[in-house]
Design a protein around this ligand. Structure first.
Ligand SMILES: C[S@@+](CC[C@H](N)C(=O)[O-])C[C@H]1O[C@@H](n2cnc3c(N)ncnc32)[C@H](O)[C@@H]1O
Length: 224
């Protein structure tokens, strides 16, 4: 699909897909959204509840790698370690990633090398940093099997209008199945039907204040 680079409100870049009329991140700030939804309300929240522990993180939709990069920075800053699995059905080419110039907008210049590394890493193999075991898997979240139990799940699919199947019960049930008890699911999405499905599946739901431009977002905890 044809992609167009856009610059979002906080100055960070993202991609627009004409065919789906959809962006990879919020137009109100790509880094701001990723940092708030996935790092603050997902990873940092879990880490606060599970001090001194190393989470297994799962990302649905690696895309530009922004969430993976911000997670790496968080883990290094807080002297933690983690395992990070990311699945991606339509990987961006290295050329597409380069043309984004995401590196210029990234925080923490000391760590920028990791952004390149995560994209250059082979699919299916693990890239081992001292504190960050990174594995990216090429394939469809809906059909792949995952044998791990994850502590934090970043659900970063395209929006409901572009990809309704990713917000239906089967996909959300799969999220529940691969989370460990007490595991945290987070997404920018706050759609009522999605919230009701998550509750029906058995999650404890929280409606949180959303990132800039969005009233709410969702956090769902798998019951212990
Ligand atoms: C909203 S974008 C978010 C991308 C990414 N998290 C980022 O920060 O750039 C959604 C991503 O999910 C991927 N995706 C969509 N459907 C998928 C599926 N069924 N399995 C795996 N990845 C999928 C898309 O290709 C895209 O990269």
């Amino acid at each position: 699909m044809k992609k167009k680079k856009i610059i979002t409100e906080d100055g960070s870049p993202s991609l627009y897909l004409e065919q789906l009329n959809e962006t990879y991140h919020s137009k109100n700030g790509a880094i701001t959204e990723s940092d708030y939804v996935y790092i603050n309300e997902g990873l940092a929240y879990w880490s606060n509840q599970n001090k001194q522990m190393s989470p297994k993180i799962f990302e649905m939709g690696l895309g530009t790698g922004l969430n993976a990069y911000l997670s790496y920075v968080f883990v290094v800053d807080y002297k933690m370690s983690c395992e990070y699995f990311a699945v991606e059905k339509y990987p961006l080419s290295l050329k597409e990633v380069k043309s984004l110039d995401m590196q210029d907008a990234l925080p923490d210049s000391d760590h920028k090398h990791f952004f390149d590394q995560l994209h250059k890493a082979d699919w299916g193999l693990s890239l081992l940093k001292k504190e960050f075991l990174f594995k990216k898997i090429e394939g469809d979240f809906l059909t792949l099997d995952f044998d791990n139990q994850f502590d934090v799940l970043y659900y970063d699919a395209f929006g409901y209008h572009a990809q309704p199947e990713m917000w239906h019960e089967a996909a959300l049930q799969k999220c529940h199945d691969i989370l460990s008890p007490g595991g945290v699911w987070v997404s920018y999405c706050a759609k009522g039907s999605v919230r009701r499905i998550l509750e029906k599946i058995g999650f404890c739901l929280e409606r949180l204040e959303g990132p800039p431009g969005k009233k709410e977002m969702l956090r769902a905890i798998k019951k212990v």
